[in-house]
Design a protein around this ligand. Structure first.
Ligand SMILES: [Zn+2]
Length: 403
């Protein structure tokens, strides 16, 4: 059975070291290259759909998390405070919302700006017990593809529906297969904030957004501030994880006293929608490594092209082709040592989508012979045509390596 912890190590995606600590993975160059491509895609998708990106620090004063309610309702999942001076304590944040509420408060807001969609792929920290930590699926340092939508109550339904649409778009590009949708509701107990009326309203809005989809209800799985839609995926062992999520929150806008001036000039309170299209980079890649067995679509493959000169006579042509590929925006490298057969096997083991073999005949003709992951060999073609083919597949984010 595929296990992302083993395959992720073999492919140089990430590394764990007890000196760094459990649940604190280090992204190696191959993982960082793939993640960079995915993050760039997500920011572009969000930008095209009306999101604005910010950067905010992964820690803040204790008072910020008292205000947000995290210390009252979520403290067990947070690391202890760091005392800076007698009257100042800093805490690692367990979520990005407190900072994004401060973004909202950075100036006065008018109804004309709503929905205001504030996005960030940002760091947050959770004090998970060491026993539950494993590979990338559950970690203590989390980079979340997060956004907070501040909107008028009347716009909540359309915003949630639009988030679900964008989740579908991102999943199709990445090759994520959903195992199910879950409407996470309040359970018994006092770990929830807010009035019954606001919980009921939030639940009914989410049910409307889910009307044409099939889902299960899960009592007791809501966030402490509101119900949510969780979009689940299954790993190779059949365990379910929440990847994407949409959550409704009437509580934080009240705690942070968020307001805007409505069309009639009155002060009004926005609703907060928390959403993640693909979850954290860690859990996403834990899933993608297993779902694709390491063979990522070309657009986010760590290395997209490996160039193999057959002998010293074609080394110069191979170097020229690889640098033209890098210049064209591709991730490419030359490997010249060892026998050609060993190098082709190694490229297959590394799941490189394209391997270009250049012998002296190809070098003289200005051509390359492309082998596509899976073993298919294409007839020799001019170098410019090979770059067009690979560049086209990458630009289209196609999952097919040959158009
Ligand atoms: Zn949030």
């Amino acid at each position: 059975m595929i296990d992302h912890r083993k395959l992720g190590r073999e492919l140089g995606i990430f590394h764990s070291d007890p000196r760094s600590g459990a649940g604190l993975p280090i992204w190696l160059p191959a993982g960082a290259a793939a993640r960079h491509a995915v993050e760039e895609y997500l920011r572009d998708l969000e930008r095209r759909n009306g999101y604005q990106h910010v950067y905010s620090p992964p820690l803040g004063r204790r008072e910020l998390f008292e205000l947000s309610g995290h210390l009252g309702y979520f403290a067990d999942d947070m690391f202890p405070p760091m005392r800076v001076s007698d009257d100042d304590e800093l805490m690692l944040r367990p979520a990005l919302c407190p900072h994004h509420c401060l973004v909202y408060l950075a100036r006065g807001r008018s109804y004309r700006e709503l929905p205001l969609r504030i996005a960030e792929i940002g760091g947050m920290y959770r004090s998970e017990r060491s026993g539950v930590l494993g590979g990338l699926s559950r970690v203590r340092a989390i980079q979340l593809n997060d956004a907070h939508l501040f909107c008028a109550l009347a716009d909540v339904g359309a915003e949630v529906a639009e988030v679900l649409r964008l989740v579908d778009v991102a999943h199709a590009a990445l090759g994520v297969r959903v195992s199910g949708l879950r409407l996470a509701l309040r359970g018994p107990g006092s770990k929830y904030v807010g009035s019954d009326a606001s919980w009921e309203l939030a639940e009914s809005l989410l049910r409307v957004a889910l009307a044409d989809r099939s889902y299960v209800e899960a009592a007791g799985e809501a966030a402490f501030y509101g119900p949510k839609i969780d979009i689940q995926v299954a790993d190779a062992a059949g365990r379910e994880w929440t990847l994407s999520t949409v959550q409704l929150d009437f509580d934080k806008p009240a705690r942070f006293d968020l307001s805007y001036i409505d069309a009639s000039g009155e002060r009004a309170r926005p609703v907060l929608v928390h959403r993640s299209l693909v979850g954290s980079m860690e859990r996403l890649f834990g899933y993608l490594i297993e779902a694709h067995e390491g063979a990522f679509p070309a657009w986010y493959a760590p290395l997209q092209l490996r160039v193999l000169p057959v002998s010293a006579g074609s080394a110069e042509a191979a170097a020229g082709f690889a640098s033209a590929a890098v210049e064209a925006g591709l991730r490419a490298e030359v490997v010249a040592e060892e026998s050609l057969g060993a190098r082709i096997r190694d490229a297959a083991g590394s799941r490189v989508p394209y391997v270009a073999v250049i012998g002296e005949r190809e070098a003289a003709a200005g051509e390359v012979s492309l082998r596509v992951r899976g073993g298919r060999e294409l007839p020799s073609m001019p170098v410019a045509e090979a770059l067009r083919l690979i560049g086209g597949v990458v630009a289209a984010r196609s999952h097919e390596l040959v158009p």
